[in-house]
Design a binder for this molecule. Structure first.
Ligand code: AMP
Length: 444
């Protein structure tokens, strides 16, 4: 089957051909007729499966030209990077149509975005918080919205966007088609669907937890954090093989620390991205990585989720994610569509439980590799790895200090003073040789 077999109009077929796309992916094929039928849809699909086009193709097929300035299609995504990415896809797909598309997100200039909305548009891509700003200001007219897409809904719920989603769903016109895409079908996603959706049809790209087949997964059992750093440096020093590498770190702090360390060794070719970095820095880092000026990008889960960067040769998990699904998302950044990719995970003994949970989800054991012979095994433990000595009553024991010899300098007279409580009677005796009574207080 090719895109020509779907009921797609010529301008979009031409755009698809310009994009070099011929055959629809499973989710695109499955979604098209279901979305066209007008029913609510819940699509279970990870990024990398072609899910963006899966909802864009039928939505644009149903779009009709009007003079109205309000949008017909509203797409909600969790991050600013995804706003930009989806806007780009809409632009490419509608290259031969008169569709106006805008993206709005927190951190961008609200007045500029306001003016863009007021100028008129057909498709609006937004993050939830910023969309609410526009709904409450009355800038965005909702009456024309016919299709609402909520992309990466599981991620939005993880990020705590449920109240915003509820507000948005309440504010939108009731008569609309809801399309929701999620990589996983969690209880939270189910509960959101049951409240707001009208018997949605479920379509799946691949069963949840199935890693894409073109990703070669491997792991290294590494004794500790510092050895992980050595291993990472060693792997990255082969710039020919490791030519476009996404390194995942569990926290922003760790991402920054790794960046500082690696930037010394690989100056100018490495970037870092996480939610504490300002927007222009984030865009710059991603763009530099996309166009190849950065060979390595260090990222946290939230930011890298959903990013569509082509030709990533390796994903390196510096740590094992404690949410098993995140592993699937991380490794899905490589092996995009029909390209091969390699995912390498560094696993310390304390992370073996997380590893087991991931392997259980995938029903696949990550093949382990021998550590390279010339790898420097560090014996220096990081702060978090130093075992805590537990007291029976729960307090950690402070190590006994060794008996100390005299200080280098004698203490000054003043500092030698020890606070000793001296009773008044003793003071009097020392002064007068006999006890002296205090004067009785007045009135006594
Ligand atoms: P997505 O899952 O929407 O993030 O898309 C992942 C990548 O797959 C994007 O770079 C798309 O351009 C690409 N892609 C989407 N659909 C197709 C298709 N039918 N054939 C080839 N590549 C595709």
């Amino acid at each position: 089957m090719t895109f020509e077999d779907l009921n797609i109009k010529r301008p979009v077929l031409n755009a698809l051909s310009d994009m070099g796309l011929v055959t629809p992916t499973t989710i695109q094929e499955r979604a098209f007729s279901v979305v066209m039928s007008g029913c609510d849809v819940i699509g279970i699909a990870q990024t990398g499966t072609g899910k963006t086009l899966a909802y864009l193709l039928p939505c644009l097929r149903q779009w009709t030209f009007t003079k109205d300035t309000a949008p017909q299609i509203l797409i909600l995504v969790p991050t600013r990077e995804l706003v930009v990415q989806v806007v780009e896809q809409v632009k490419k797909l509608s290259a031969y149509m008169s569709v106006r598309v805008e993206g709005v997100y927190g951190g961008g200039n609200i007045n500029t975005q306001s003016a863009q909305i007021e100028a008129g548009l057909d498709v609006l891509v937004a993050t939830p918080g910023r969309l609410i700003d526009f709904l409450l200001r009355g800038t965005l007219k909702t009456k024309s919205i016919k299709h609402l897409v909520i992309d990466e809904v599981d991620e939005m719920l993880t990020l705590g966007f449920r109240p915003q989603l509820t507000t948005i769903l309440d504010l939108l016109p009731k008569k609309r088609q809801n399309l929701m895409f999620s990589a996983t079908m969690s209880d939270e996603v189910e509960s959101l669907i049951s409240v707001f959706f009208n018997h949605p049809t479920k379509i799946e790209a691949a069963p949840t937890g199935t890693p894409l087949e073109n990703i070669e997964q491997t792991g290294y059992a590494v004794p500790n954090f510092n050895t992980k750093v050595n291993l990472l440096e060693m792997l990255l020093s082969d710039a020919t093989v490791f030519s476009k590498v996404l390194v995942f770190a569990a926290t922003k702090k760790l991402a920054d620390a790794l960046y500082e360390k690696l930037a010394l060794q690989f100056p100018e070719t490495i970037g870092v991205i996480h939610s504490n970095k300002d927007q222009s820095y984030r865009f710059r880092s991603v763009n530099n990585f996309k166009d190849g000026s950065f060979r390595v990008l260090i990222a946290t889960d939230i930011i890298a989720r959903g990013l569509d960067i082509s030709d990533v040769t390796h994903v390196i998990n510096f740590d094992v994610p404690d949410v098993p699904e995140n592993y699937i998302h991380r490794i899905g950044r490589t092996g995009r569509y029909d390209k091969r990719g390699i995912a390498i995970t560094f696993i310390t003994p304390s992370e073996s439980e997380n590893q087991a949970a991931i392997e259980g989800l995938m029903k696949f054991a990550i093949p382990m590799l021998e550590l390279p012979e010339d790898l420097e095994i560090s014996t220096v433990l990081s702060h978090d790895e130093i075992p805590e000595i537990k007291m029976p009553f729960g307090k950690s024991r402070t190590p006994k200090s060794e008996a100390k010899g005299p200080a280098f300098h004698e203490k000054s007279k003043k500092n030698q003073k020890v606070n000793v409580k001296v009773r008044h009677s003793e003071k009097m005796r020392a002064k007068y040789g006999k006890p002296k009574k205090r004067k009785p207080k007045e009135g006594k």
